[in-house]
Design a protein around this ligand. Sequence first.
Ligand code: CA
Ligand code: ZN
Length: 284
Amino acid sequence: MRITKDKCVYSFSCDHEPACRVMAPAQITLETRDCYSDQLRGGTGNPEIQWDHVNPATGPVFVEGAEPGDTLKVTIDAIDVADFGVACNEDEIRLLSVEDGCADFLGRFKIPLNKMIGVIGVAPAPEEGAVNNATPGRHGANMDEKLIGEGAVLYLPVFTEGALFGVGDVHAIMGDGEVGGTGLEIPADVTVTLEVIKGWQLEWPLVETEEVFAMVVSKETLDEAVDEAVLQMHGFLKSRMAGSGLTDEEIYVLMSLVGQTGISQIVDPLKTARFVFPKKYIHA
Ligand code: CA
Ligand code: ZN
């Protein structure tokens, strides 16, 4: 199934009309516009950006059978990006061509792509109302987390019937922190497989790659985000290592020895941090 980019929303909300309905497990391809709704792809000058039309997320996808208390398991099968992207710093708009897995900056820097998804999430709990796509949270959205790339699996808590999944804001390249406010913003086709895990849920989004688990938490400050990510990872490891005989303290020591704290982004309305734990140290 393919969902075209005209079917998009600018907030995550349980009140949105679904763009489509799927029966999990389902593989779907979502066409995405870049975070400026492709408004800057015409080049430089000083275009009038419609600021209420930024960060579109294609969707939302209603996943049959997903209910509050469940988890939506999203496997990112492929991210196919366009042949050029946009990177901005204040009024400076740069168009970077993409070729052979690299982007060209100023004809002087050939930068390998690290394709990733900036905005990916589900509808928040009904009492939160509509949350603008720019704001990350427990429901995902604008986490701008580098690990959310091809081959990764994202576990999102489901807060409403059907989950109402959406995706947008793909980056061909981004560095930790996204310090200038943008990555290499680019339209893409994102192919995902959606599955529902019944009766199991974490409080925050969790990313799994071949080698690691990463808890991704967004808060007012990075300090709070890191503290919460560490706490949540401890809870997750405790349940995964229930048969190991390790005490709570021993799990913290292990996390301190081999876990990695990282910054996803520092430019969105809430700041996002990750806490990464290598899977090879998880023994039941
Ligand atoms: Ca973003
Ligand atoms: Zn972006």
